[in-house]
Design a binder for this molecule. Structure first.
Ligand SMILES: *Cc1c(COP(=O)(O)O)cnc(C)c1O
Length: 383
């Protein structure tokens, strides 16, 4: 019990909190990023991509924050994601399903006013049929494939839809869209090529707003912004391209709890596979976050945690529930069991961790585990 009280005392303000990690989501930073991006693209409008639970950060708090800041369009990947939010926010906000109109989802979509992105002629026909059967005009987005070969209709398929009086009579096109494959590489030749094809595709629906840019596209020149942009990662603090690392504010802080400390003598080994061998006397801390919490296993003997701005390298492999770090760079009194070290925050960005792990910031965020205590901060207030 004495030990437990000691931990509680050190965890300042969350006495009941025994989790191995604590995750802070800064809603004020999300709002700041939204306003910065919106200002950058004005007079184009900004719809927020909140798929995958707002990249792991919590769809509902993120949607509420952005709605209060003036955002009125939200993009999800799946109908189920949009449904989870639909009842929680006023009907005036438009919710879109990027992955398309799945068979079986048509009636639910129509009942709830959620707007499907039509990614194929077959999806367009099904939506048209639902509208016809109900005797109403239903809203939709038409997506064109402008080069990525992932989702959307071709120029010819779009022409067939645009020329079909039945489709026009039953489906109200909210806007037309396409998606850039290489927007995080501003000089990539695919960017102007995709824009040029999308321009030819979008004129098939004259007068309809056009949407092309993700976060990377927001940082391309104005010609890529069209009428509506759809950023995701930049809202959540991810760099839209490597040269724009400071264009947005960090949103996430992740701390891991120290659960044990030891001093090792030369020739001692650390972790599974004995993959790290100590060559000088070293102080090792075990922290209670592992790959089950979304910390990439590829960061074994790579990457670091931080304390007071000091880099504490990961030594040994990442285990399921723990990681070992070398804290020899700190004075002996600096850390004790129950204390926290930083995994994400002022000393280490999601882009830095992603680079160390050989992945992208999107994967770091969307992998964040379910075992953390989560706190939402808005300015000075933490919930
Ligand atoms: C995920 C997604 C986005 C957002 O991309 P970011 O790179 O996170 O800004 C935009 N549009 C579509 C179609 C997407 O699938």
């Amino acid at each position: 019990m004495g030990e437990l009280i000691g931990i509680a005392d050190r965890s300042a303000g969350c006495a009941m909190d025994m989790a191995g990690g604590r995750l802070f989501v800064d809603l004020a930073a999300i709002r700041w990023n939204y306003l910065a991006l919106a200002q950058r693209v004005a007079p184009a409008a900004l719809g927020a991509v909140v798929k995958a639970n707002a990249y792991g950060l919590g769809a509902l708090p993120v949607v509420r924050t952005l709605a209060a800041a003036g955002c009125d369009r939200f993009f999800f990947a799946h109908l189920s994601e949009a449904l989870a939010v639909r009842g929680e926010i006023p009907a005036a906000y438009r919710l879109y399903v990027l992955n398309g109109l799945m068979p079986g989802g048509e009636e639910l979509c129509a009942d709830t006013g959620i707007v499907p992105v039509l990614n194929s002629v077959e999806q367009a026909r099904r939506w048209q049929a639902v509208a016809q059967a109900r005797g109403v005009v239903l809203p939709a987005v038409v997506q064109f494939d402008s080069g990525m070969s992932r989702l959307g209709v071709s120029l010819d398929e779009g022409a067939a839809l645009a020329g079909d009086a039945g489709f026009s009579a039953n489906v109200a096109i909210d806007f037309v869209m396409s998606h850039l494959a290489c927007a995080d590489e501003p000089d990539h030749a695919a960017n102007p090529a995709q824009r040029e094809l999308f321009t030819r595709q979008s004129v098939l629906f004259p007068g309809k707003p056009r949407a092309l840019a993700n976060s990377g596209g927001v940082f391309l020149d104005r010609g890529f912004h069209a009428d509506i942009v759809r950023p995701g990662i930049a809202l959540y603090g991810g760099a839209p391209n490597p040269a724009q690392a400071h264009a947005v504010r960090p949103v996430v802080q992740l701390d891991a709890r120290i659960i044990q400390l030891r001093t090792l003598q030369p020739d001692a080994h650390v972790g599974y596979g004995y993959s790290h061998r100590v060559t000088t006397p070293s102080r090792i801390a075990t922290i209670a976050v592992g790959y089950a919490d979304g910390w990439p296993r590829s960061l074994g003997n790579k990457g670091a945690a931080y304390h007071a701005g000091i880099r504490l390298p990961i030594v040994g492999r990442v285990s399921m529930d723990s990681i070992t770090i070398d804290i020899s760079a700190l004075p002996e009194w600096a850390l004790a069991p129950g204390d926290w070290v930083e995994l994400l925050g002022p000393s280490q960005s999601i882009d830095q961790v992603a680079a160390d792990a050989g992945t992208i910031s999107y994967e770091i965020l969307t992998s964040l585990g379910q075992r953390y205590d989560r706190f939402y901060r808005d300015g000075g207030v933490t919930e």
